[in-house]
Write a protein that binds this ligand. Sequence first.
Ligand code: NAP
Length: 347
Amino acid sequence: MTNKVRVILFGVGAIGSLIAKFVLEKKGLEVVGAVDVAKDKAGKDLGEVLEVGKPLGVTVTDDPDALFSKVKADIVIHATTSYLKDVYPQIAKCVKAGINVVSTCEELSYPYYKHPELANEIDELAKKHGVTVLGAGINPGYLMDTLPITLTGPCQEVKTIKVTRMMDSSKRRIPYQKKIGTGLSPEEFKRMIEEKRITGHVGLIESIAMIADALGWELEEIQELPPEPVIAEEEIVTSHTTVKTGQVAGLKSVAHGIKEAKNVITLEFVSHAALKEEYDAVSIEGVPNIYEKIEGGVHGDIGTVATIINAIPKVINANPGLVTMKDLPLPSATPEDMRIYINWRES
Ligand SMILES: NC(=O)c1ccc[n+]([C@@H]2O[C@H](COP(=O)([O-])OP(=O)(O)OC[C@H]3O[C@@H](n4cnc5c(N)ncnc54)[C@H](OP(=O)(O)O)[C@@H]3O)[C@@H](O)[C@H]2O)c1
């Protein structure tokens, strides 16, 4: 068999660490470098950062240029922050070093609507350097865009699409709980959202734009309503979280895609501690009508790790440029040695 797929981890925070641990377990992948600027990570052995009980011989560096000048890799798994303007310079460095990128950056999942110029720059840069760049993850990246797009496959007509994600946030990583305002007072929540000190859920706009693009719908507008806090009616204590009565337990975010003055795409994202019924549902009004519900929902962190890892061969196999999940072959798991899924191009 060919050499293992060489992976550089760019961002080994909460989700990057979960991804890293899965990469270490996965046949056919090897970690050849790690980047993170956090003071408690840079300069340490990756094994120490991941708390896996042994050194891995890979030092986490805060200097990606120095790393890229020494180490060759097939793909960067990028997991730092959510906004494209912030991550653009990081992605550009990877691309200029001739390395493919799969990133959890929400705005990269479908950047053409909010950031068409940056999207074009990434696309041109990636083509110039012969690599592929993808923004992926569970949401955006799968549950509220790729999955509903796929479910329209047997429809002769599509009138409206509604996707609902109901998720118990207390099962998720701590940075996630913080970004949806867990434990804040309602006033703090409002202020921190307005001041952009917490992001809430990022990605509904990208998901709507991706669905519309797949269906060839020209939307008049994508309207994202301000996130509403969900307030704890009694104290919530779980292994990960304590939320006092009256504090914010999470949020509800809704966005609409509007065509011919009608809401043709509605995404509803509800995530708070102690949410009773978790599920992911897609409802398509069309010919035929389609209703699909994943009882219990998909665990966001497990799903993110999987969607990112499963995207690796599709990204390496793809033509150079910026791609989105809707441009790649059908998403699928990679339960076997990663090398069997890859068609190495002649170089
Ligand atoms: N699409 C999806 O479905 C999906 C799913 C999960 C997560 N995400 C997104 O993925 C991102 C990472 O999530 P997380 O929970 O792992 O966040 P996190 O715990 O804050 O980890 C991010 C790590 O990246 C580091 N970092 C920040 N800027 C950097 C830079 N310029 N160069 C190198 N390292 C940098 C951070 O260091 P500091 O702490 O010092 O800043 C931190 O160690 C977030 O934006 C999250 O919203 C998306």
